[in-house]
Design a protein around this ligand. Structure first.
Ligand SMILES: *Cc1c(COP(=O)(O)O)cnc(C)c1O
Length: 410
């Protein structure tokens, strides 16, 4: 069961060492401690600076196109029963997903710190594109580390990053995917922390990143709460979001954390519960350390991060943000799963019934909302789904593997 009314304002976490309950912290090689402390101290200053906050507000409004709307998916809702589904349209944020919310914050922080270059790794390329966009906006250099295998798979995003002026640097060791790209980016960071700053892509990594990214994503929840009340006169009964690293979920949840609203995180169950077939870290993982922080982690018998899968490349990470782990333990948030198959259905159903093609990541949250609606067709509940991104990036894959979706018409 999910407990709702206990207020647990996020302002009280993490603690000074960066822990959310048992999770988070800083587990890094000595070379990274000083650069992280520099980021932490700079963030402490700017997060209280009127000028910084004003400038970020201006950027959100005039460059990103915020606020993004909340939309009542009335036609879809009607087909499913009496549950009313609403969408927070982060797909309409500039670059087509919520990731730009924290990338613009990180870019502005980098400029305040006097850095010349933003660096990061990227898996499918979504974070790389958002960060390259921020770098272009602020006139900063940008190096994106990407596994050689991923570069071949995600050619359009590699092209986007290059057009935006970023250098895309292939990680050529090991399996040549995301993990190797993280290694390469961190190695580069340690070599020159004076001119460069590392910009993470979700509420993961060592302190202060999970806190900082959450704070930058909070705008999603603050807007959504106000918009939902204005539209309906009430709070939603349930707020749902997909969870990869957990940034879009923390963003929307933070707007409702102190309200009597159920919060549902939806993890990718991929092809099923066997190891290697999914990336449901909180549902099947156990405590471990990855990329400098402690969290629920999918591990093999030797304690190494397990291989993971999801049809949504933005969700296939063996770890998860530390704050989510704590929200699971304290039962403030309920964590559920959706399979590849359910996400595929939701992808086509939303496209056909509402004229909105969702990202496959976001389709997981929508699939969960559809399941709730079908399970209780007579119950007039409201569910607000964070539609974290648009599906343009997924269209070629979907057409090739599932066709135009005629089998999914409801
Ligand atoms: C990257 C991505 C996600 C997953 O990241 P979180 O940090 O879990 O939010 C979800 N949706 C979209 C559209 C993405 O690009």
């Amino acid at each position: 069961m999910i407990t709702t009314p206990t207020p647990q304002s996020l302002r009280t976490s993490p603690d000074a060492a960066g822990f959310f309950g048992n999770y988070g912290g800083i587990f890094v090689p000595p070379g990274l401690e000083a650069p992280l402390a520099e980021v932490r101290e700079a963030y402490e200053v700017v997060s209280r600076s009127h000028d910084f906050i004003e400038e970020l507000r201006r950027i959100r409004r005039h460059f990103q196109g915020r606020p993004t709307p909340v939309y009542h998916a009335a036609r879809l809702s009607k087909k499913l029963g009496r549950t009313q589904i609403y969408l927070k349209r982060e797909d309409l944020n500039h670059t087509g997903a919520h990731k730009l919310n924290h990338c613009m914050g990180e870019g502005l922080l980098a400029r305040h710190m006097g850095k010349k270059k933003l660096i990061a790794e990227t898996g499918a390329g979504q974070h790389g594109v958002a960060l390259a966009t921020a770098a272009a906006y602020f006139g900063l250099e940008c190096d994106i580390y990407m596994g050689e295998v991923d570069m071949a798979k995600q050619a359009p995003n590699v092209a986007r990053m290059k057009i935006l002026g970023a250098r895309v640097i292939p990680a050529t060791h090991g399996l040549r995917t995301l993990k190797e790209a993280v290694d390469a980016a961190l190695t580069a960071y340690v070599k020159d922390p004076v001119n460069q700053v590392y910009c993470i892509g979700s509420v993961v990594g060592p302190h202060p990143f999970p806190m900082m990214v959450r704070d930058f994503q909070q705008v999603v929840g603050i807007e959504a709460r106000e918009q939902f009340i204005e539209m309906t006169g009430n709070l939603p009964d349930i707020v749902a979001a997909c969870v990869g690293g957990g940034s879009n979920a923390m963003g929307i949840f933070s707007g409702f954390i102190d309200d009597a609203v159920e919060l549902h995180g939806v993890e990718p169950l991929g092809k099923g519960p066997n190891m290697g077939d999914h990336s449901a870290s909180m549902t099947y993982g156990r405590e471990g350390i990855i990329h400098g922080f402690r969290c629920y982690l999918l591990q093999d018998e030797k304690g190494e991060p397990a291989p993971v899968h999801s049809i949504a490349s933005g969700l296939d990470y063996p770890g998860v943000g530390p704050e989510h782990c704590n929200l699971k333990d304290t039962k403030r948030v309920g964590y559920f799963t959706a399979t590849d198959k359910e996400a595929v259905e939701a992808f086509y159903v939303l496209s056909r019934n509402e004229g909105i093609i969702p990202a496959l990541e976001s389709a997981h949250a929508l699939a969960h909302a559809m399941r709730l609606a079908r399970a209780n067709p007579e119950q007039p509940r409201t569910v607000l789904v964070n539609l974290s991104g648009r599906g343009d990036k997924d269209m070629d894959y979907m057409i090739e593997h599932y066709g135009t979706g005629d089998d999914y018409i409801i």
